[in-house]
Ligand binder design. Structure first.
Ligand code: DGJ
Length: 727
């Protein structure tokens, strides 16, 4: 026997098949395990992904091979940690390279692993390399233990004699083994963001992606909810929430294979992006962030909220400013005096900032409407003779901070910038140009353009250091795709554009770390965590009809903490009461974009009180734990409560949308309270002179009662709302 074994070992050595020692790599949070192991050939496979395992003693029992079918013909196929094109696996790969010699296959072998502590978690860095080509991939996984969030990305580099072409470059690849998979993806359009669509995934591929260039979203959002073994539910069942941190074309492929395994492949959309990578350069993919929960989506969302506030969102643990914006009120029609008056109005309302929107710039081609001026960031002298300094001064006199709208990545053909720098614009050299909102996109792959875009903010800030906030808009996708800068590397443009944008944002961030910015893109077409590193909040939608907003806010809050979701009271659907509109906006970051003078004295007094309440309670709403209680998708009501981290305080928002006649009204059962604490309930945000009609107002209840029995606060009256403060 011994002789036979020695003979086999000698034979393996002869053929270069020396069995490497099996290596186990465990990436884990408090509740999740992702386990990778090397095969005898030293390739790396995912052997487990799911609920945390209690004993590592079992890890030797994992099998890296896919269970063979009846004829055993699967060969060496397993769930490779970073599956490559051209190998024995014939499903969707994470990586595909055309090597310098034209070869399309890549085989990656395990080289090394390193684990180190990073802020909030542990980073695992795994090095893999091809044995025939000088190509290397480094996989990164940061596991945030407490928040149960894992962030992953990869780095691809090579040292081949000539450039290689990358045509698949996923952020990672994850395999799930379950009986059923239900994907909820979110689609959108202007003023219709965050629309969920659920379907069971069966054999084959489902891809959610966009091809918009400047933004991840519109049509499809860069995040998903995956119900494992059954459709995702709010408080039960296994759910994965994932999102791609990339402010451009993203893609998530979900492929169910012949043995009912689901592979999830998130990353940049490779559409029209065969990327030419020079030797020595590193291609870093965007991060993919995900969490898993066995208690439904609600817990998974809180995982993401906690993680985002601590580790990703700009000033995630800081405060946010309430504001008055002028876009929905004045449009382009304002001047220095009318703005100064609005600043005084903002102060009187009780908000902290006045935000001047579109229409303040351009002289040769003044921005009177959306046909001209983008690119010429000088205040229009005729409209604003004192320029920005006079506005900053007026804000100071009024006692509010000053914020300004910009859209620095864009240019109108009617602008001095376009006349001077045609070569900075993404536009076809030989075809008729078409326009999206009458504008074109600047070529941010070009470092000169990056300098120019940075200089817009830098100049404004240098001249007016008291600007405290920018609303950074982006109203066009990349159209007429052709970069004068990329020349023969046109396939690099979509990716280099986004990288160019990050370079600009990095410079702004480094020079003005306290500068607060809102991420906006013709409503909510930019809603990704890569951008939120630089932006404290995003604008989820131009649709501020309170009914519609309840749906949008419900969906968005699955992935983003409400601290990152700006919500303004406007005149969209002014048939609803000002109270209803304000209560809807109050469940996120409150702002106003409305002509305050059109409000009745009672409505105005009510909003002043609501602003004061929101400012007093912002710590509970923005930093507390959110529990979504009643979904607008499942009935005619919506309710949500927030609980402070110490569980001493809570705020409840309950809304009646379009209830049916004599509809049975169930109690709203709260969540997340301390069952042993006694809470005093008080209805706030009441109209002046009106007392609460709720039986619970002024009563005391244990947390246990509030969570098991609940409160009778829903009504059958269309468009009503109740806000409760619990102490
Ligand atoms: C689109 C944004 O979503 C609006 O809020 C407003 O800023 C306009 N752009 C201005 O052009």
């Amino acid at each position: 026997m011994k002789k036979i074994l020695t003979f086999i070992a000698a034979l393996m050595l002869c053929f270069g098949l020396q069995a490497a020692e099996k290596k186990t790599i465990r990436i884990s949070t408090n509740d999740i395990d992702l386990i990778l192991q090397t095969s005898p050939a030293n390739r790396l496979y995912q052997v487990y992904f799911g609920e945390k395992l209690s004993s590592s003693a079992d890890f030797s029992k994992f099998d890296w091979k896919v269970k063979p079918g009846s004829d055993g013909s699967y060969g060496e196929r397993g769930h490779e940690a970073y599956a490559c094109s051209g190998t024995e696996d014939s499903f969707e790969p994470a990586l595909a390279i055309t090597h310098a010699d034209g070869n399309l296959t890549t085989y990656l072998y395990y080289k090394s692993v390193q684990q180190k502590a990073v802020n909030g978690g542990t980073e695992t860095i795994i090095r893999l390399a091809d044995d025939q080509y000088a190509d290397e991939v480094t996989l990164h996984y940061v596991a945030y233990q407490k928040e149960n969030v894992i962030k992953t990305w990869s780095e691809i580099k090579h040292n081949e004699k000539k450039p290689v072409t990358l045509w698949r470059y996923a952020s990672g690849i994850f395999y799930l083994n379950a009986s059923k998979y239900y994907l909820t993806n979110y689609h959108s359009d202007w003023a219709r963001e965050g629309q969920p669509a659920t379907q069971q995934l069966q054999f084959g591929k489902k891809i959610i992606d966009t091809k918009l260039g400047t933004r991840a979203a519109e049509q499809s959002e860069p995040f998903f909810e995956l119900g494992i073994d059954g459709p995702a539910r709010e408080n039960e069942g296994t759910v994965m929430l994932g999102t791609v941190n990339w402010t451009g074309n993203f893609s998530c492929t979900f492929e169910v294979d012949n043995v009912n395994c689901l592979r999830v492949i998130p990353g940049i959309n490779p559409y029209a992006s065969d990327y030419i990578l020079k030797a020595g350069e590193t291609f870093k993919t965007p991060e993919f962030v995900f969490t898993m929960s066995n208690n439904g989506t609600s817990q998974a969302s809180r995982n993401l909220h906690d993680w985002a506030r601590k580790y990703q969102l700009w000033n995630g643990e800081g405060t946010r400013m309430t504001l008055l914006n002028n876009w929905e009120n004045t449009g382009f029609d304002f001047n220095q005096e009318s703005l100064a008056q609005l600043m005084k109005d903002a102060k009187d309302l009780g908000v902290e900032m006045f935000l001047l929107d579109d229409g303040w710039f351009g002289n040769k081609y003044p921005r009177k409407n959306d046909h001209a001026g983008l690119g010429d960031w000088e205040p229009t002298h005729t409209k604003l003779p004192g320029g920005i300094p006079a506005l900053v001064k007026a804000a100071q006199n009024a006692g509010v901070k000053f914020g300004l709208w910009i859209e620095p990545e864009m240019v109108n053909p009617k602008s001095e910038l376009y006349e001077k720098h045609h070569d900075w614009v993404i536009e076809q050299p030989n075809r008729k140009t078409y326009y999206y909102r009458n504008q074109l996109v600047l070529d941010l792959s070009n470092p000169e353009v990056q300098n120019y875009v940075f200089s817009i903010v830098d100049k404004l800030m240098t001249q007016n250091p008291n600007i405290t906030y920018f609303k950074w808009d982006c109203n066009s996708p990349i159209t007429n795709i052709f970069s004068p800068y990329e020349k023969e590397k046109q396939g690099n443009l979509y990716i280099d554009y986004v990288r160019g944008l990050y370079k600009v944002l990095d410079r702004i961030h480094n020079k003005y770390p306290k500068l607060e910015m809102m991420l906006c893109s013709g409503g909510g077409a930019r809603c990704d965590y890569a951008a939120l590193k630089y932006f404290g909040e995003l604008w989820p939608s131009d649709d501020t009809d309170p009914y519609e907003r309840l749906y949008i806010q419900w969906s968005m809050s699955k992935f983003f903490p409400v601290k990152a979701l700006a919500a303004h009271v406007t005149n969209w659907n002014k048939n609803t009461s000002v109270k209803f509109r304000t209560d809807v906006a109050s469940m996120c970051k409150l702002g106003f974009d409305i002509d305050l003078k059109t409000m009745s004295p009672d409505d105005y007094k009510y909003t002043q009180g609501a602003v004061a309440n929101w400012r007093r309670l912002q710590d509970v709403i923005l930093n507390g734990e959110q529990y979504r209680l009643i979904s607008p998708y499942e009935g005619n009501h919506m309710a949500v409560n927030y609980v402070s981290q110490d569980k001493q305080k809570a705020v409840v928002f309950a809304y009646d949308l379009h209830p049916r006649f004599q509809e049975p009204l169930l109690n709203v059962r709260l969540q997340g309270l301390d069952p042993n604490k006694t809470y005093t309930v008080k209805e706030i945000n009441l109209m002046p002179g009106k007392a609460s009609t709720l039986d619970c107002d002024g009563q005391q209840y244990t947390g246990d009662f509030l969570m098991k029995v609940g409160l009778n606060i829903l009504t059958a009256n269309e468009g009503t709302s109740h806000v409760l403060e619990l102490q």
